[in-house]
Design a protein around this ligand. Structure first.
Ligand code: PNS
Length: 169
């Protein structure tokens, strides 16, 4: 059985992430989407919230499960006996960082962990969790970036009620 991990911050999950998840789930028998518990960052959503949101977003894809992890990705992958990491590439600007991470993980795992890149579908190439948060913080429209239930939760974090969003969500 071919298994892969798709790690990330997913703060929050976007249509770009979901596109990568669906396509990776078509390639691999089992896909584990894993939320990094990064103590150095102050996320909008807690790890528990992000896991719940992802579980809801992928509930119709049977071979996808959602977990969280702390520490090094190579250690987490080893503990699950998984040897492939999935990452999405939006543009050349992602490449340098992703290449460095992929090579670091290959080195740290003595070649046991490979990274497979999926190029983001064109319609989602501009999307990022950071821009979703920035747009939402000003009450802007994020309906083209995230599923409706996620948009509601994001607006709520920024103190916007549904009324204030003018029925946008
Ligand atoms: O969604 P992100 O924030 O771009 O995801 C980054 C992630 C989680 C893939 C990366 O930060 C990671 O794997 N962190 C775990 C720590 C680790 O293993 N670091 C070594 C690789 S450089």
């Amino acid at each position: 059985m071919k298994a892969a991990i798709y790690p990330g911050s997913f703060d929050p999950v976007t249509y770009g992430h979901l596109d990568v998840i669906k396509r990776a789930a078509n390639i691999f028998d089992e896909l584990t989407v894993s939320v990094l518990n990064n103590k150095l960052k102050t996320p909008l959503f807690s790890v528990e919230e992000r896991v719940k949101i992802l579980q809801e977003a992928v509930r119709e894809i049977p071979n996808v499960k959602v977990e969280s992890f702390s520490g090094l990705l190579v250690d987490y992958a080893k503990s699950r006996d998984i040897h492939v990491v999935i990452r999405g590439l939006r543009a050349i600007t992602d490449f340098e960082y992703e290449l460095q991470n992929a090579q670091t993980n290959a080195k740290l795992s003595s070649g046991a962990l490979d990274t497979v890149f999926l190029t983001t579908s064109l319609e989602y190439a501009y999307l990022s969790s950071s821009s979703v948060k920035e747009i939402a913080s000003f009450g802007g429209d994020i309906s083209m970036c995230v599923p409706d239930f996620v948009a509601k939760l994001v607006y709520r974090k920024f103190g916007f009620g549904e009324k204030e969003m003018g029925g946008r969500t």
